[in-house]
Ligand binder design. Structure first.
Ligand SMILES: O=P(O)(O)OC[C@H]1O[C@H](O[C@H]2O[C@H](CO)[C@@H](O)[C@H](O)[C@H]2O)[C@H](O)[C@@H](O)[C@@H]1O
Ligand SMILES: O=c1ccn([C@@H]2O[C@H](COP(=O)(O)OP(=O)(O)O)[C@@H](O)[C@H]2O)c(=O)[nH]1
Length: 531
């Protein structure tokens, strides 16, 4: 959602809040006196920092906490445990000193223009992203992208290693940084290291395409606990470990030989009975949302008023359908539009009664497959609107923009039917947000079985987005659903979401990490000798 480069990013260096300035002064004094850098007990390492650069009324650049769920999950912990967050500020060539924002120490990692192209847009978003989403788009394999990925992962790992207290906990996030756990373990064996993969982990038949598959698995195995969104993702990972390395695995446990220093090229890696091993946990911890903030926003009179206003602005149709996605080929926006267009063509829906609002937030706009997708989607929207719209009744209200959370909640409240038709999606938080906001028990969620959210949200109308007839049936069923059935389904969905918010998610993950003894790892036991 934060693809836009911070406006006037270079100014960020100059205009700092007082806390930031104080931190900088301390850092400068520290470096002049060659004092050790500040160190922390708990460190999050993620591709992006959890702040956005904004311009205030006086025209000054300020930081604002970005609204993501990860921040909400970790903020209390970061503040109470003397935490730091290592991440990229989101724009090329922005070199920043560490700074403090809302009591969290930010440790910015600079990427130059070439690294943004090769590490972020290239290897992360044009190699790993399509590969891990079941090759919906063709992944590109370029050795210079891989080299950049290694170099940038090294930079993140070095930064974390430098600022970690002895025995600190480091939690690394997502596919952009899969080598960091291994690099960190090598540099700092005293650390407890967690990793969470926010996107799917593919089946071995797909993963094995990756020319650097062994290095990736090796990198991940540096962690003590490796978290995935779905049970199937964790299973795919442990299968890849067995196939590539021959290490022993049992359920969620993997035994990794200690001091296996070969460079993961080829060969039988099965460990010798009696050789020292460390235990790694690989299991599913499905992420959720900051439920309270969504529930509270949905209760605000001004947000409810905005929902009514949206309805009026749309001409008070009988049914508002809503899609909210980054403009990404994994989200199945084209499939959704196809189903909707056919329903209009067949006369099963009429623009007098039904309108579709599609928020398609700009994302990764310099990656070719995303540019092509935008052209395709906008062509389809134009055709459907041209063929079936009438004056005063637009079939699809297409919004190529990103909206703040208040507006998102107002849209959720206005929507009678929420369409999530992802072809593959790690979780899909939009589905959970829709459910959380519908305390009125109105609204129907149509949800792809290929989104991680479908594991939890079984009372949604589950669909296979490739089955266009099935999607059409589900849309019609959602529109016609009796109020009692809507209430029953929504009540059950809300129970699931309300019981499992993102704070619980991080607590469960970190508890497991704490319990894992592998930071002090060596054991000579064979897995067969254990429970
Ligand atoms: O940082 P960007 O390149 O702009 O991309 C935005 C984020 O997209 C991905 O989100 C994933 O994480 C969500 C929360 O766990 C999950 O619900 C969703 O299904 C995933 O696709 C990505 O994993 C993040 O790293 C990006 O920041
Ligand atoms: O205009 C928008 C569109 C989306 N979102 C938020 O972006 C996140 C999207 O997360 P999701 O897991 O659904 O997909 P991702 O984009 O991470 O793949 C959700 O919190 C949305 O509320 C937003 O704030 N403004």
């Amino acid at each position: 959602m934060r693809d836009v480069l911070p406006p006037g990013a270079e100014l960020v260096r100059l205009v700092a809040c007082s806390a930031t300035e104080q931190w900088r002064q301390r850092s400068r004094v520290a470096s002049q006196n060659e004092v050790e850098p500040e160190t922390y007990d708990f460190i999050v390492v993620a591709n992006r920092l959890p702040v956005d650069s904004v311009t205030d009324e006086e025209g000054n650049q300020r930081w604002r906490m970005s609204p993501g769920g990860l921040v909400a999950a970790l903020e209390p912990l970061m503040k109470s445990t003397d935490g730091a967050w290592v991440g990229w500020p989101g724009a090329a060539d922005v070199v920043l000193d560490p700074f403090e924002h809302e009591n969290i120490q930010m440790v910015p990692i600079a990427l130059n223009e070439e690294e943004v192209e090769r590490y972020y847009e290239g290897f992360s978003n044009d190699t790993l992203w399509p590969l891990y989403h079941d090759v919906i788009a063709q992944p590109s394999y370029h050795r210079e992208w891989w080299d950049s990925y290694v170099a940038v992962n090294r930079r993140f790992a070095d930064a974390a290693a430098r600022i970690a207290d002895k025995g600190a906990t480091v939690w690394v996030h997502d596919y952009q940084l899969q080598l960091v756990p291994g690099m960190l373990r090598e540099a700092r064996p005293d650390l407890t290291i967690g990793f969470f993969n926010h996107i799917p982990f593919p089946a071995y038949g797909i993963f094995s395409q990756l020319p650097w598959r062994q290095q990736i698995i090796s990198g991940l195995l540096g962690a003590d606990v490796i978290g995935f969104q779905r049970v199937a993702d964790a299973g795919n990972f442990t299968r890849a470990v067995r196939r590539l390395f021959g290490y022993e695995t049992k359920g969620t446990r993997v035994w990794v030989p200690v001091g296996d220093s070969s460079d993961a090229t080829t060969g039988d890696r099965s460990h010798v009975r009696g050789a020292p091993v460390r235990r790694v946990i690989a299991r599913a911890y499905p992420i959720s949302i900051d439920v309270t903030s969504y529930v509270e926003l949905a209760q605000k009179p001004e947000v409810q008023a905005r929902a009514r206003e949206i309805r009026e602005e749309l001409g008070n149709p009988k049914t508002i359908m809503l899609g909210v996605d980054r403009l990404d080929y994994t989200k199945g926006i084209g499939h959704r539009l196809k189903a909707f267009g056919e329903l209009l063509a067949e006369g099963r829906l009429d623009v007098q009664d039904v309108t579709l609002v599609q928020v398609a937030s700009p994302s990764r706009e310099r990656v070719a497959s995303y540019m092509q997708l935008r052209d395709e989607i906008e062509l389809t929207v134009g055709r459907i609107n041209g063929d079936y719209g009438s004056i005063g009744h637009t079939a699809i209200n297409y919004l190529h923009q990103g909206y703040p959370r208040e507006e998102m909640v107002a849209l959720y409240l206005a929507a009678d039917v929420m369409l999530v038709t992802a072809l593959r999606d790690g979780m899909n938080l939009v589905a959970k947000e829709y459910v959380a906001t519908r305390a009125d028990l109105g609204g129907v969620l149509v949800l792809s079985e290929f989104a991680g959210a479908s594991d939890d949200l079984r009372q949604a109308l589950l669909i296979n987005p490739h089955d266009i007839e099935g999607v059409k049936e589900a849309v019609v069923r959602a529109i016609d659903m009796p109020a009692a059935e809507k209430r029953r389904r929504m009540r059950a969905l809300r129970k699931r979401v309300l019981e499992n918010d993102v704070v619980k998610w991080s607590r469960v993950f970190l508890d497991e990490l704490k319990q894992s003894t592998t930071a002090h790892p060596v054991s000579h036991e064979h897995p067969d000798d254990r429970r």
